[in-house]
Design a protein around this ligand. Structure first.
Ligand SMILES: [Zn+2]
Ligand SMILES: [Zn+2]
Length: 254
């Protein structure tokens, strides 16, 4: 009986120590976050919510991310180094292979309004993109249509905003435009529908000159077939920029 009581006493004593330690730890963690807001985001893994320090993802989640080789074209997978790919005549790069974690993070950003996820993506993009400057023009893929506009965020636009916040440059709106007159219900057959998918963007002729001789970065979240990116990239090229780089966060690989 005596032993049990001592044990309980010891337990209480110990738990008090542990509790005060946890309290002190969380207090100093919060203080640390106030002093260095950018170093520690939330103290949690943005994917699995595990408690961590000084990072966006825990080690287990990091290990599941697969970086793509940045010397290869994001569409054709041909070695190009920092040159333009001969096959698609564009410089398209992606950071990650699209997998369950990336999909989850993009969904959280798109539908859950978890904006800190875009910070994470853009910090990584900044490591690979070497043409950051204040004269840079940042572009995004405009939204598909009115319906999606109501239920989710245009991730491409959000990433563009985040890039502007972190590295400067400026976003120009309403240059790339989704052609509203090419609505899918007006198409006759499947083939036409697919064609319209690729032709569904135009360049606003009033703003065309804003891109001439400029350095341009086009950002999007997921690259699947590359159809959208390539058609938008070619439209931008038609405006005669000095340089055009295209980056997507992830790429769907077979
Ligand atoms: Zn995690
Ligand atoms: Zn290519």
């Amino acid at each position: 009986m005596k032993i049990i009581i001592i044990n309980i006493l010891q337990y209480n004593y110990l738990s008090k120590i542990i509790n005060s330690f946890i309290y002190f730890f969380s207090f100093s963690l919060n203080l640390f976050k106030k002093i260095f807001p950018l170093i520690n985001v939330f103290g949690m893994c943005i994917h699995c919510y595990e408690i961590i320090l000084d990072n966006y993802l825990c080690i287990a989640c990091w290990k599941q991310l697969k970086f793509l080789n940045h010397n290869r074209c994001g569409v054709c997978n041909v070695l190009v180094g920092s040159n333009i790919c001969i096959g698609c005549n564009l410089n398209i790069k992606s950071i990650f292979v699209y997998n369950a974690i990336i999909s989850n993070l993009i969904l959280k950003l798109k539908y859950g309004k978890k904006y800190y996820i875009s910070k994470f993506f853009i910090q990584l993009l900044g490591l690979f993109y070497n043409n950051k400057n204040n004269n840079l023009i940042i572009m995004y893929i405009p939204h598909y249509g009115y319906k999606q506009l109501k239920t989710s965020i245009n991730t491409s636009l959000l990433l563009a905003y985040e890039f502007q916040n972190q590295y400067g440059g400026r976003i120009i709106h309403n240059i790339l435009q989704k052609q509203n007159q090419l609505r899918q219900r007006d198409t006759k057959n499947y083939k036409e529908r697919i064609d319209n998918g690729f032709k569904g963007y135009t360049i606003n002729p009033d703003k065309k000159d804003l891109l001439k001789n400029k350095d341009i970065l086009l950002i999007d979240d997921i690259l699947t077939t590359g159809g959208t990116i390539i058609s938008c990239g070619n439209l931008i090229k038609g405006c005669l920029p000095r340089r055009l780089d295209i980056f997507t966060i992830s790429k769907v690989t077979a």
